[in-house]
Design a protein around this ligand. Structure first.
Ligand SMILES: *Cc1c(COP(=O)(O)O)cnc(C)c1O
Length: 360
């Protein structure tokens, strides 16, 4: 067996310790004589798994008691519709468009009401976060929406926008649990788990309780109503049980590592290794305005398509994989999520230096 350093944006690297643990429990979970994959979601054993998973997430993030944690299917993209269907009561919402995921969410919301684009960074290929200190927030907006970490472009909101008192909704798919957050600043925080937490196929939505009502837009399906899942403890229908179990293992791993403060330090240290090198390289350059750089997704280019391709190919052969940039932007992107060890980033930078020497 040989593992590679996997820089994929998602599905992405998981902690090796977690993979070993779930492998050990594959045939017999905790004396039940079966795999979690084979287990009834109504069993006591599974109830214990989902309860523990939620409790550990609440501990890690310090989630206040007036917020519900929902384990939902349909990925982050399903939330693009579910959010307006449930909370766009006035049928007005303000969107800050900082990349493709935010743009998709904004376009989807437009199906349900007036979705205003109140700021954007599309003029410079989403390479920065716009100034959000004095936005034209609509007086009747139900919420202000952001994508907090832009997976494709490698930007991050390091300061939350001033929403002028409106509820803030954030897609945190690619920065979930990468650093401490103050949940009380948000109305909804949600993310697909396949970026920084677990396997694909689930989204975790953390939502303030007063937003969970039966007063949703007409025609909203039962399955797309937050109240359905909140009332049923995320067990209205069969959930992605195995994914919940693996996420629970990752939460235990994060706690054992020391929690989100420690993860933040680790992530800053890892990102600095890569950005410091990019800032002095004569071959590679980062594409993002330094103050808005993401700790999780690091895009870079040589400025020459053929050279980019040569690099990705050579890196792959050296066991540094999935470095190709998103199909819409090209170049390279190294996603260095929580589970990427520092050693992986050091190996990448050492390889880039050598490649630079040979190709500059
Ligand atoms: C990957 C991603 C999505 C889409 O996630 P799916 O689970 O595939 O729907 C949405 N938002 C962000 C920020 C992402 O990184």
């Amino acid at each position: 067996m040989s593992r590679v350093y996997n820089f994929s944006a998602g599905p992405a690297v998981l902690p090796e310790e977690v993979l070993r643990e779930v492998a050990d429990e594959m045939l017999d979970y905790n004396g039940t004589g079966m795999s979690v994959m084979e287990m009834s979601h109504r069993s006591a054993a599974f109830q214990d798994i989902i309860d523990t998973t939620e409790r550990d997430l609440r501990d890690l993030m310090g989630i206040p008691s007036n917020y519900k944690v929902l384990f939902l299917q349909g990925g982050a993209s399903q939330q693009f519709a579910m959010i307006p269907m449930n909370i766009m009561k006035n049928r007005v919402a303000d969107y800050i468009v900082t990349g493709q995921w935010a743009k998709k969410a904004w376009q989807e919301a437009g199906k349900y009401g007036k979705a205003n684009k109140i700021a954007s960074s599309e003029d410079k290929t989403f390479s920065y976060i716009p100034d959000c200190s004095d936005l034209p927030v609509s007086p009747d907006a139900d919420y202000v929406y952001i994508c907090e970490n832009n997976t494709i472009y490698g930007t991050k909101f390091h300061t939350l926008p001033d929403t002028k008192g409106k509820d803030l909704v954030a897609d945190v798919s690619s920065c979930f649990l990468s650093e401490p957050v103050d949940v009380s600043k948000y109305a909804i925080i949600y993310g697909g788990v396949q970026k920084n937490i677990g396997p694909a196929g689930m989204v975790i939505t953390i939502i303030r309780e007063d937003l969970i009502t039966e007063d949703v837009l007409p025609g909203t399906p039962t399955m797309l109503t937050y109240k359905t899942h909140a009332d049923a403890g995320s067990l209205y229908n069969t959930p992605n049980a195995y994914c919940i179990y693996v996420c629970g293992k990752v939460f235990k791993w994060l706690k054992a590592m020391g929690g989100l403060e420690v993860m933040k330090q680790r992530n800053e240290e890892k990102a600095a290794i890569l950005y410091d090198y990019l800032d002095q390289s004569r071959l590679f350059k980062g594409t993002v305005v330094p103050k808005d750089r993401s700790l999780m997704n690091v895009p870079f280019i040589t400025g020459d398509k053929a050279m980019d391709e040569k690099f990705v190919k050579a890196a792959t052969a050296a066991g540094l994989v999935s470095l190709k940039g998103h199909r819409s932007v090209g170049g390279m992107r190294a996603s260095i999520y929580n589970a990427m060890p520092k050693e992986g980033v050091e190996k990448l930078v050492a390889f880039m230096k050598k490649f630079e020497e040979e190709n500059a």
